[in-house]
Write a protein that binds this ligand. Structure first.
Ligand SMILES: [Zn+2]
Length: 470
């Protein structure tokens, strides 16, 4: 967490545009927690951590009630807002869970390849099928070529064949039938399953700076959906983090008057279209990989401004994520051309709105809101929407894959394979994280060692036996 305010000031040149760009980041974060907790009362956050303690169940109950009372909508949660109190506590009691698996997982039988070639990239996976052993034996794999060999595991989602997985230089370099590869160090993982480390499509890692612990728990990458400009000069290693930076919002709009008062919103005068477009340019120039727009609470951008924001974002190759929890705002989000719902809406959606989102994407965040959101996610998925696992980390606090999120994804109708996909290959594809989300030659060797098959028992993803990071 290095704020590097001076760098920010120089590069932005218009610090006044931001809500509170002068506050020292580090101090702000810790000071904010109690503040936030008191103001946002976000039941959601209780989430994971609480699975085991009574406090938790209480939290959950609250959430459920919100659900039934949809009107509460905007008021309720604030998505991005972490529940300070919870967060603080959780840290001590991490919910280490684990991770996910993946879709792209190579098929053991087909994967074997040429290590030499694999260095190249993520790409090729299973073409060369057939003679795995041959590929292995003559490659550079053997002594020296394969630093660490994981022997005998199943690759989640790729069948029951015991497999050898070679890791060298932080990358998967070869995969073949068990007993066919050679490594300088051999780890016997017979009767275990390997799954790619998880990608969380909704986190707040400046608000809740726990990237290292989150990665240690099995989450290798995150999409940060609201942060002050300091985000762009922050080192999140070992995580890979893409982010929106400040949400583009109306003057005094969400979230600048609450949890996000310290730079989480870039305010634009209501009605000023050129300023809205300039705001997109500003965050993109800072390094925004996506654009985040709130449609709930307080003063809002006009429809014309919103359309201009989406148009500009798309022209710059950025997807637009919206904070929209109600039917009204989810409908508007679709109309303005937004790409992804930052949360599953908590309010019952109309059939038309569900259909409008069927060709787009939604981040689950069921552990942050629960209740009605579960039903809406099921409907959106049935309509064809791409579901990405996301916890609203910061608002929730599980330091690893979230057991509660996984449980609620199950309630929403996703089976183990679908959950794995939502946690790994689907977000890798959606966000362009091509070196993650799959166990295959050329991919980064960030993975979970699991005691059970996550396709049959997805809950195991929240409790990995081991987390291996590059
Ligand atoms: Zn959020």
């Amino acid at each position: 967490m290095k704020p590097l305010k001076s760098v920010f000031l120089v590069s932005v040149g218009s610090c006044a545009l931001f809500a509170a760009c002068t506050a020292p980041e580090v101090a702000r974060v810790s000071a904010n927690y109690p503040f936030v907790a008191g103001t946002t009362a976000d039941a959601a956050s209780a989430a994971d951590t609480t699975l085991s303690d009574s406090a938790v169940s209480g939290a959950d109950a609250t959430q459920e009630s919100d659900v039934t009372a949809p009107d509460a909508g905007p008021a309720v949660p604030d998505t991005g807002a972490p529940d300070a109190s919870t967060a603080a506590m959780d840290i001590g009691a991490p919910d280490a869970g684990p991770a996910a698996p993946d879709a792209g997982a190579p098929d053991a039988s087909t994967v074997a390849m040429d290590i030499g070639a694999s260095d190249a990239g993520p790409a090729a996976t299973d073409t060369e099928t057939s003679d795995a052993s041959a590929a292995v034996v003559d490659g550079d794999v053997a002594p020296g070529g394969c630093e660490t060999l994981y022997r005998g595991a199943r690759i989640a989602g790729a069948g029951d064949a015991p497999t050898d997985v070679c890791v060298t230089g932080g990358l998967f370099t070869a995969i073949g039938p068990a007993g066919t590869l050679v490594g300088a160090v051999v780890k016997d993982v017979t009767d275990r399953w390997l799954a790619p480390a998880v990608i969380d499509s909704h986190v707040h890692l400046v608000y809740y700076p726990a990237a290292e612990a989150l990665a240690a728990g099995g989450v290798i990458a995150g999409i940060d959906q609201a942060a002050p400009p300091s985000f762009f000069s922050t080192d999140f290693a070992p995580m890979t983090v893409l982010g929106s930076g400040p949400m583009i919002t109306a003057t005094l709009g969400y979230p600048t008057q609450g949890w996000g008062s310290d730079g989480y919103g870039l305010e634009v005068p209501v009605g000023d279209v050129p300023a809205a477009i300039a705001a997109v340019d500003t965050v993109v120039s800072l390094g925004a990989a996506l654009i985040k727009v709130p449609l709930e609470q307080g003063p809002k951008l006009t429809d014309e401004q919103l359309v201009a924001v989406v148009t500009r974002a798309h022209a710059l190759g950025r997807k637009v994520s919206v904070h929209a929890l109600s039917e009204e705002t989810a409908e508007k989000a679709a109309l303005i051309g937004a790409d992804i719902l930052a949360h599953t809406p908590v309010e019952p959606l109309s059939d038309a709105t569900v259909a409008a989102w069927g060709s787009r994407a939604v981040v689950s965040t069921l552990s942050a809101f629960g209740g009605a959101a579960v039903t809406q996610l099921a409907r959106l998925r049935t309509a064809g929407a791409r579901v990405l696992y996301g916890t609203d980390f910061g608002n929730t606090t599980a330091l690893g894959p979230s057991a509660l999120e996984i449980s609620r994804l199950t309630q929403a109708g996703l089976d183990g394979a679908a959950i794995l996909e939502a946690m790994t290959s689907a977000p890798a594809d959606y966000w362009g994280l091509s070196d993650l989300g799959t166990i295959g030659p050329g991919k980064r060797a960030a993975f979970l060692v699991l005691a059970q098959d996550p396709v049959l028992e997805p809950a195991v993803l929240a409790n990995p036996a081991e987390v291996v990071l590059p």
